[in-house]
Design a protein around this ligand. Sequence first.
Ligand SMILES: NC(=O)c1ccc[n+]([C@@H]2O[C@H](COP(=O)([O-])OP(=O)(O)OC[C@H]3O[C@@H](n4cnc5c(N)ncnc54)[C@H](O)[C@@H]3O)[C@@H](O)[C@H]2O)c1
Ligand SMILES: O=C(O)C[C@H](O)C(=O)O
Length: 492
Amino acid sequence: MAAATPSSYSVTIRLHTSPDYAVVGRVATVLAEQGGIVTAIDIADSRHDRLTVDVTCSGINVDHTDGLVEAVESVDGVTVHKVSDRTFLLHLGGKIQVRSKVALKTRDDLSMAYTPGVGRVSAAIAKNPEDARRLTIKGNTVAVVTDGSAVLGLGNIGPEAAMPVMEGKAALFKQFADIDAWPICLASQDTDEIVRAVEMIAPGFGGINLEDIAAPRCFEIERRLRKSLDIPVFHDDQHGTAIVVLAALRNALRVVGKQLEESHVVVSGGGAAGSAIVTLLLAAGAKDVTVFDREGLLSRDDDSLSSDKQKLAARTNPRKLRGDLPDGLQEADVFIGVSAPNILKAEWIRDHMAKDPIVFALANPDPEIDPAEAAQYAKVVASGRSDYPNQINNVLAFPGVFRGLLDANAENVTTDMLIRAADAIAGVVTDEEINPSYIIPSVFHSEVADAVAVAISGEGKSTTGTPTGPIKVGSRSTAAPVDDTGILPRVR
Ligand SMILES: NC(=O)c1ccc[n+]([C@@H]2O[C@H](COP(=O)([O-])OP(=O)(O)OC[C@H]3O[C@@H](n4cnc5c(N)ncnc54)[C@H](O)[C@@H]3O)[C@@H](O)[C@H]2O)c1
Ligand SMILES: O=C(O)C[C@H](O)C(=O)O
């Protein structure tokens, strides 16, 4: 049986027993025998005739965890009173909230934070809309926008079901970059409606992070919004992924002593993530990238391809390879999978790929090949999973990317910025630290978000939060307070 990890399949079992602590020991033993991991045992209540005990344990999946509860129920003298799924408990009431930054305790407070004082601030912004970035949350907030059409590996599950994921992204924005992001889950999967909806909410945000919108709709939505909005628009599943993949690849190539320019790269999956990865690899200097998709290897001389795939083929596969995945893997230095589970065979790595192969199997939740199997023949292996070394996840990129964009008051995201962000992430891993199992920093590495923010903004250390510098009121810009009250000049 695969071992459980203390992960999302964790339950707290509240049980009643006679006041016999030996029973508690038997429960722990039974759980261990069934492959569960007991992470806590708390005596919730102790009476002369009964113990109430909370046993927290993890299983491999929902079925295994259900089996663990049954095993506990079968222990003599034990009655299971209640089972709480800790992941669901954590989600009760949602994961994020809005809090006031100002005290609202007196009439004086109210008269400034709200009417009548707020009216003067609104009037100032009406005169100079740019002031919204300094005098409202706009300068520090990002809309996390989805239509619920391509959520994680779950697919088209709709806007309500997408909420926990978008709330999670917002929580990550706050945690790693002190950005106040908000989930916007739209009740439409129509490109025109989505574009219009985002255009209409844009005044309240400093940036738009598109999330989990299916390809090819996501490409057009992003392109149109980039054109029409004066705030940066970033499709995380494309560019966040591409940044982290390039960062990991830079370091994997450092490990095997190869150059990107001379490497043969096969990208499996020419969808949202795959096409953005291709674009960034080519911009970073890769010369030989070949895409594999359901149709086989994409080649410019294949007239049967859809127009999107033809465009991808036109930029890739300089040797015009045709055929299936093993054909593309001949002498390939790198395999990057953003496609589907279990499509790469370990023996193809062994028999076809060049010396010291690099394999990134990134399909979530089940990768193109089991990372442990791939590691038999590949020199460097990465996946999207947190239970293996070298986890590639967008969270390494998007908080810092938006921190940098907001700090710089940027209106656009450029390819140069994305390359700089990738290099910044790669650079966090020092020459002393780098090895085949450590090509990418942990998502909790304290330097990552700041390094990315600085790389994006092109400025000094990131401010993580409150905008600083001169406060512009009306059409004037005042580096220092000008009146005796020492706060802000009056707006007439
Ligand atoms: N680990 C990460 O950081 C990370 C980031 C982004 C995406 N992903 C994963 O990558 C995968 C793709 O994501 P996406 O947003 O690009 O999805 P997408 O639907 O836009 O693209 C998937 C592409 O893979 C192709 N494909 C599907 N099955 C295939 C198969 N059997 N053989 C070859 N090609 C196949 C599809 O035709 C499509 O072009 C997902 O599993 C996603 O979870 C992981
Ligand atoms: O967004 C993520 O965290 C993961 C990735 O984009 C995915 O689609 O699997």
